[in-house]
Design a protein around this ligand. Structure first.
Ligand SMILES: [Zn+2]
Length: 426
């Protein structure tokens, strides 16, 4: 079976290499911002009634860049041309996401119009798709124009796969997160298809913010302790930031510490999700999760719901490829399926269930159960209904609210180490 997998390594660059990396990240940002300025100028001209073409797509942006680069960036030869291509590709993606989101074709959070990138803000990266990309046995990584870069950890696992011909590098992405450098290799990998330990079983997963997840088996998977600690420290630093003078050196320092902490938090969270999704896909024949809410449906709702959607998107993304790897199935519940408000014993649906109500109490049959576990059990029952067998089938279908579900389409794959293609819409 051929799938995609990413291998990620922390880098340990020398001062010279670090300057080259920073310079390439800067060149990418320059192309992104230059392209964006052009798109904005064309949109303005268009609004004034001028007959101009707006370069929405990557090929159109590249044509414009090639025409303008000599005047705009006479130093362009100093970097791999991949740096500019990477910036324009990022811009084309951002523009497409914005347009899709506006037309309701995109799931999840609403996407705004792309904004100019500022140096040192957020995650900065640059991608390489062609040229001298290599990993060899002295453990360093070779990148176009940049040359050899030392890694913090051995690249043995990837190297073994490359040697045996079971992996092929498609793309390398270098990023700076919270002051540290990383490289991620997106690879095409040949792997043996697996089978889950209990292929006949179904598990419902209620992803949350308070807990990592609650399963229909009654198991609560807690947020890892370091995550709770990091959240507390972030709250403290945010208060500290509010006290600092705008533009002061201390403020910049606090901001940098916050960025590092956010990067750290993201890593802990990803790691916890990777462990959970691996265990689920390896154990159960069918895994059921809620489907993502379609963009627009949730506008102006609570922040906690938006956060839950981010969690859900990540769990779904990981489960999508992991279930393929381990031969289990992913089922997504319809976003309108009232998994929280339905009694998991008698299937009576409550009119309302406020968010603060942490325990589900059924007025019809008297069931008292943890709210999240009740929801997870309903999700599991849904898969049984879809499969069309088992004692719960009749119950699940015989209600006014007809739950619908579909098999998830494996549209993308990713890695146990973290970095994988971001959630995308089909
Ligand atoms: Zn009931």
């Amino acid at each position: 079976m051929r799938t995609h997998q990413a291998f990620r390594f922390a880098l340990d660059p020398s001062p010279r290499v670090e300057r080259a990396l920073a310079s390439h990240v800067g060149a990418r940002r320059f192309a992104f911002n230059g392209g964006l300025a052009l798109v904005k100028a064309r949109l303005d001209a268009h609004a004034r009634g001028e007959a101009v073409a707006v370069p929405w797509t990557l090929p159109a942006l590249r044509r414009e860049w090639n025409r303008a680069k000599e005047a705009l960036a006479p130093w362009w030869r100093e970097h791999s041309k991949e740096a500019y291509a990477s910036g324009l590709a990022g811009l084309a993606d951002a523009l497409r996401n914005w347009r899709d989101s506006r037309h309701g074709r995109r799931k999840g959070r609403r996407m705004g119009f792309p904004r100019f990138r500022k140096k040192g803000r957020g995650r900065e990266s640059v991608g390489f798709t062609t040229g001298a990309i290599r990993v060899d046995d002295q453990s360093p990584v070779v990148l176009p124009r940049i040359g050899r870069v030392r890694t913090h950890e051995p690249t043995t696992k990837l190297l073994a796969r490359l040697r045996s011909g079971t992996a092929r590098i498609l793309r390398a992405t270098v990023s700076r997160e919270g002051g540290r450098w990383f490289v991620s290799f997106a690879c095409e990998v040949e792997r043996e298809p697996g089978t889950p330990r209990r292929p006949e079983t179904v598990v419902g997963v209620d992803a949350g913010v308070r807990h990592l997840a609650v399963l229909s088996t009654g198991e609560t998977v807690p947020n890892p302790r370091p995550l709770q600690r990091a959240l507390k420290r972030i709250a403290r630093l945010n208060r500290e930031l509010a006290r600092r003078q705008p533009g002061s050196r201390n403020r910049a320092k606090t901001r940098r510490r916050l960025a590092r902490l956010h990067a750290h938090l993201a890593h802990i969270q990803q790691d916890a999700w990777h462990r959970l999704t691996t265990r689920l896909a390896r154990t159960y024949g069918t895994v059921v999760v809620e489907r993502l809410h379609v963009a627009g449906m949730l506008r102006n709702r609570r922040l906690s719901r938006a956060l839950a959607d981010t969690v859900l998107a990540e769990l779904r993304r990981q489960l999508t490829y992991r279930t393929v790897w381990y031969g289990s199935h992913l089922v997504e519940a319809d976003p309108f399926y009232p998994s929280s408000k339905t009694c998991s014993r008698c299937r009576t649906v409550k009119e309302t269930l406020p968010l603060w109500e942490r325990t589900f109490r059924c007025d019809a049959c008297g069931l008292v159960r943890d709210r999240d576990e009740n929801a997870a059990r309903n999700l599991a029952a849904l898969a049984v209904a879809v499969a069309g067998s088992g004692p719960e089938t009749e119950n699940a279908r015989g209600r006014d609210v007809r739950p619908t579900a579909r098999r998830a389409v494996p549209e993308e794959t990713g890695s146990p180490q973290g970095e994988a293609p971001a959630a995308r819409t089909p």
